[in-house]
Design a binder for this molecule. Structure first.
Ligand SMILES: [Fe+2]
Ligand SMILES: [Fe+2]
Length: 199
């Protein structure tokens, strides 16, 4: 019997658990579930279809170990379709989720629907603040990147993450982003002070 407060998206979460288990800590199931929470927060304020936003968030990074000829968003979108079909979702929801996953990293596809825009924004919120910093260092450690210098944690932050606020689609995300972004900016200026200086 269905428990009163059982998460209706559990079948989908169970289906992706194994896939996310093979990813690094920056892109694991916890990341997807945090993006789901951000998505819910933004979606409520922006009057979006929450089922689509939440499903897209849970599924958005499942394509990260796909083939090199496709982006992780392209692989993820195709995989997401199969999973949702198996879980019995109707075609209109499947198509909307696939569209959102496909454009979540803006690699060749721009988010056009409200739900796709919210997924993009929700994903970006997980790049800033304490979690964002932890994720950046987890990812860099796995990739063997240094803290400072070219192709480092710092360069990834300065060249990419610190510009994310300029591309957010929703006002709700911009408001949520601001304090976390300030936290990250402060962290990097404090870290810079502790950096070994060459004379
Ligand atoms: Fe992604
Ligand atoms: Fe992500």
């Amino acid at each position: 019997m269905l428990e009163m407060n059982q998460d209706p998206l559990n079948p989908v979460i169970n289906a992706v658990q194994g896939i996310y288990g093979r990813k690094d800590q920056a892109h694991d199931l916890e990341h997807a579930l945090r993006v789901r929470e951000w998505g819910k927060k933004i979606g409520i304020q922006e009057s979006a279809d929450l089922v689509i936003v939440e499903l897209a968030a849970i599924l958005h990074d499942i394509g990260r170990s796909g083939t090199l000829s496709r982006t992780h968003a392209e692989s993820g979108s195709a995989l997401a379709g199969g999973i949702l079909q198996k879980c019995g979702y109707p075609e209109n929801i499947i198509e909307a989720v696939k569209t959102a996953v496909l454009s979540h990293s803006r690699e060749g596809y721009e988010p056009e629907t409200l739900e796709a825009k919210i997924l993009y924004d929700a994903d970006k919120l997980d790049f800033v603040g304490p979690i964002g910093i932890a994720r950046l260092f987890a990812w860099a450690g796995k990739e063997g990147k240094p803290f400072f210098g070219p192709d480092s944690c710092e360069s990834f932050y300065r060249e990419r993450i610190s510009h994310y606020h300029k591309h957010l689609y929703t006002e709700t995300a911009r408001v949520l982003f601001e304090p976390l972004f300030l936290y990250s900016e402060n962290f990097w200026s404090e870290l810079e002070k502790m950096r070994l200086k060459k004379d």
